[in-house]
Design a protein around this ligand. Structure first.
Ligand code: BES
Ligand code: MN
Ligand code: MN
Length: 457
């Protein structure tokens, strides 16, 4: 059977494949909010049933949190593990959505047809591109392209608390020759990407407490320390005026990219103006001696993701709050050590606090950066296969986002990972009105068929 037959099958089956994805998207599997626990179970059940319809031996596997889905199917040639996550981000702010986040549907837009729903791009749509490629393969060949382990997580968007124990306990069962992950984007609309560098992530929540209760700011203001004042001062010190992060030791372990890589990146024709212009911005705000591409691929960052404190409702209230809180995250690169940075950050915050302000820290996940080894022959095979599907050759790129599991596969299972995906910058992942282009879905399925063909030849 030729690859062309599988591709033709994919084309013919696109309407049904899209319907299946819409059904999965209608399950509100928000992992971080306990109110959606049952829906996470439901999404896992849906996937188990769908895998079974492909002849995969699949089951829902309990964890202390949301379940994993693990499926196995036999085949010749290499053994690959495919990973994706079925959980999605919360939908707030709901009022900014133009339609119901879980009322998944196809929409016609001036730029083409899109699948609109929370999770369409991150990661249900992407996950299903692989499943649909396997379905078409099976329909044409009667068998799967190779031995495949399917591994779907339901806690990726909430820091994967059950993941490392699960990998350790099931190492023998999960270990394959190579892992495939579909949870990243295209380089640009006609150029696919294979990600070779992923940034790590460290989350910290700081709570400052001043007075023992909220106070009237007329009665006490001036005399009493305001914890928001202390907090904003610390937050303002995180960056200097050149955009560098000022936490001591923060840049330890940050490598300089070799000139040849920087040249290669420069030659990729990344449109810096459009990248920021598309979201209403104009000037890169990071380290002023770096390009925007370096800022997102190879440089570490510190971002304040949220500030809470005082009166934030409608109208006005002259309050002097007792507490102020901020959520701060760091993207890490190279050999930066999340534990050392956490310690250094906490000590640095404490040093700056005035009398009468107490601090409590709460850590939110930490994972180091990871560098993919591209020695496995599948990288070159996949790259060539992708070039057949897309107008331009696949680019080897960095990735600003974090997918800690790729590093864990190496550490705990000794397995390399090939990361690719079909998302676009304007998919609005984690944001209102998330979408996935029907073209991403369609060409993504075709791409996986080509990759599976190339790595099993
Ligand atoms: N799919 C994303 C990672 C991603 C984002 C890849 C953008 C490529 C471009 C993943 O689901 C994600 O959101 N990861 C989180 C980390 C996680 C530990 C919450 C992230 O990067 O913030
Ligand atoms: Mn994702
Ligand atoms: Mn995500």
């Amino acid at each position: 059977m030729s690859l062309d037959e599988t591709l033709a099958r994919i084309d013919a089956d696109l309407p049904e494949a899209t319907e299946r994805l819409l059904n999965l998207l209608r399950i509100p599997s928000i992992s971080t909010d306990p109110a959606y626990k049952e829906h996470c179970q439901e999404a896992a059940d849906w996937l188990v049933e769908d895998l079974k319809s492909l002849g995969v031996q699949a089951e829902k596997r309990p964890t202390p949190g949301h379940p994993m889905v693990v499926g196995h199917v036999e085949g010749d040639g290499p053994h690959v593990l495919f990973y994706g996550h079925y959980d999605v981000q919360p939908v707030d702010p709901l009022e900014l959505w133009n339609s119901e986040p879980f009322d998944a549907k196809i929409e016609d837009t001036p730029e083409g047809k899109v699948i609109r729903a929370r999770g369409a791009s991150d990661d249900k749509g992407q996950l299903m591109t692989f499943v649909e490629a396997c379905r078409a393969w099976k329909a044409v060949h009667g068998t799967m392209p190779c031995k495949i382990t399917f591994f779907f997580e339901g806690e990726e968007e909430s820091g994967s608390p059950s993941l490392i124990p699960f990998l350790k306990e099931n190492a023998e069962e999960l270990k394959a020759d190579l892992a495939l992950i579909c949870d990243t984007g295209l380089f640009e609309s006609k150029t696919p990407a294979i990600m070779t560098m992923l940034r790590g992530l460290l989350g910290e929540e700081i709570t400052l407490t001043g007075a023992s209760k909220d106070l009237h700011s007329g009665m006490y203001g001036g005399a009493a320390m305001n914890p928001i004042r202390a907090l904003t001062k610390v937050l303002a010190n995180l960056h200097d005026d050149q955009g560098r992060v000022q936490v001591p030791g923060f840049y330890d372990g940050v490598p300089e990219m070799p000139d040849e890589i920087l040249k290669q990146w420069e030659g990729m024709g990344f449109d810096h103006g459009k990248f920021l212009g598309d979201v209403g911005l104009s000037k890169p705000a990071g380290e002023q001696d770096r390009t925007a591409l370096e800022m997102i691929w190879s440089r570490p960052t510190c971002e304040i993701n949220g500030i809470i404190g005082g009166y934030t409702g409608e109208g006005f209230k002259t309050v002097l709050p007792s507490k102020a809180r901020a959520k701060v995250s760091f993207r890490l690169v190279g050999q930066q050590d999340p534990h050392k940075i956490r310690e250094s950050f906490r000590a640095w915050v404490k040093e700056q606090l005035p009398e009468d302000v107490d601090v409590e820290f709460h850590g939110h996940g930490n994972s180091p950066a990871s560098q993919m080894s591209t020695d496995h022959p599948a990288f070159e095979q996949a790259r060539r296969a992708l070039s057949e599907e897309w107008t331009n050759d696949a680019a080897l790129t960095g990735c600003g986002g974090s997918i800690p599991i790729a590093g864990y596969f190496k550490t705990y299972l000794g397995m390399d990972t090939l990361l690719t995906g079909w998302g676009k910058d304007d998919d609005a992942i984690h944001s209102p009105n998330e979408k996935y282009d029907v073209e991403s879905f369609h060409k993504g399925i075709r791409s996986w068929a080509r990759i599976l063909d190339a790595i099993t030849k």
